[in-house]
Unconditional design. Sequence first.
Length: 589
Amino acid sequence: MGIWDLFALLGGLAFFLYGMNVMSETLEKMAGSKLKTILASLTSNKFKGFLLGLMVTAIIQSSSATTVMVVGFVNSGIMTLGQSVGVILGANLGTAVTSWLLSLTGLEGESFIIQIFKPTNFTPVLAFVAIIIIMFTKKDRHKDIAVILIGFAVLMFGMEGMSSAVQPLTESEGFKKVLVLFSNPVMGVVVGTVFTAIVQSSSASVGILQALTLTGSVTYKTAIPIVMGQNIGTCVSAMISSIGASKNAKRAAVIHLSFNLISAVVWCTVYSIANMLIGFSFVNEAASPLGIAVIHTVFKILALLLIVPFTKYLEKLACKIVKDSPEDIERDEEFSTLDDRILLTPSVAVEQCRILTVKMADITKNAINMAVSLANNYDDALAKEIHGAEKKVDEYEDRLGSYLVKVSEKTLNSDDSQSVSMLLHCIGDFERISDHARNIAEVSKELDEKNIIFSDKAKAEISVICNAVTDVLDLTIKAFANGDLNAAHRVEPLEEVIDKLNAKIRNRHINRLQSGDCTIQLGFVLADLLTNLERVSDHCSNIAGCIIDMAHGNLNLHESLRETRLEDTEYKTLYSEYVDKYRIPSWSK
């Protein structure tokens, strides 16, 4: 095999991998939202999960993409670890579809039917049709279909390119000697694993092996261990995607790896012993693309038959490999009230969610109070505490959100249904408030690092708006925790006062900037601080609005009150009260 043949092989491989990538990404783009909706609605029925995993992988032609998606769902709490097992098993079988499509390159014969199905004959037509569609259609869906056709044509073109490039290897004694090494089961599994891990696609790896079989030098004795190894290598994508994810997401990736590793080791051992005792006659025959597709599919079916009875043990193994730390155990105890068994009594489940949301609100309140205190006196330890609180609030949102979705699927009375809706809205607002606490801490850190000091006038103005923001948050949490409508109605006028304070402080800063009493750099920092403070009050307004709407059974009541607030006597009275209370000193003009 000369240098030009090597270049041709690399070019064919490039086209092959690019075509497969284009096909997979476009198919996932077209069906992605629907597939995610289907996967996210899984029940504990593993067989249903298996069928869905099979279907999804057959559609997007990538078990790696499916398992990465599953890891993401488990990480977000949309899917449990138990539900992920069935989908992962289905995904492993679904990827066999690609090998059957690629086996078309090995068709031989002169009949019209065979000639139609040969890729060299129909892929140019597909590519031409696809280009016509892209040039003359404006609909995105039609263009996506055309891109898929082009991707398939490029893939098959790459496959043919590789097949042609490796033809000189049929007479290479060195190549045959290397293949003899791979016929060692252990070496074959290792090679299949490593190569598939590099290209991160078992479908691509199998396709390359199918191309090599066209040389006539690859025997089934060499191919079988490599195919088994390819199924281990495909786990790399899921393992990489689980980095930095939750413990259960890591366990889902470990289940995927364990399934393929155990099945490869067991069946490779069985195959090797059986071949030694019986001596399979076919193993010394030259493999074909169709034969590789058959081996690939049979191995996957045997792997399923081996593992399916032990899926519970697979979960336990993953939990032993990825152990909970003391902090994780403590966290699980914190959320132990979100027990699926309580879902049998939805009203109790809703109340447990409300209690935890109040705790979430208190953590958010403490984070804001700490953040506000940093504006004039930065403390790194306190800043780290704020970041820790923000992460904790994020976890509250994830846990509560996932559990509330389960609650919403139960038969609820109208009050519980409204409560679930309100809680889903409010946990999002509390989480965003904690984000603003973190942002304020970062602004304060910037002030400290750059040694920027606000003027006395600016400090006085910031103090006023900070007091207003902490007070509006106090009112909001009081309204939420106690169902206090009076407190809820006081939030909106105070929020409007905060909006006016924000605008007034910005204008006064511009005046100081024009008179040379302030710098542009300090102005940018001040703007960031004011933006975060003002948005905290916006989220408080959203929460108070949900409470008012729920109390009156009118989802649009709060918006209606906003529109008519200028005619509302009580609103104007409260607004005037807050204007007097949070007045910026006149000397700071």
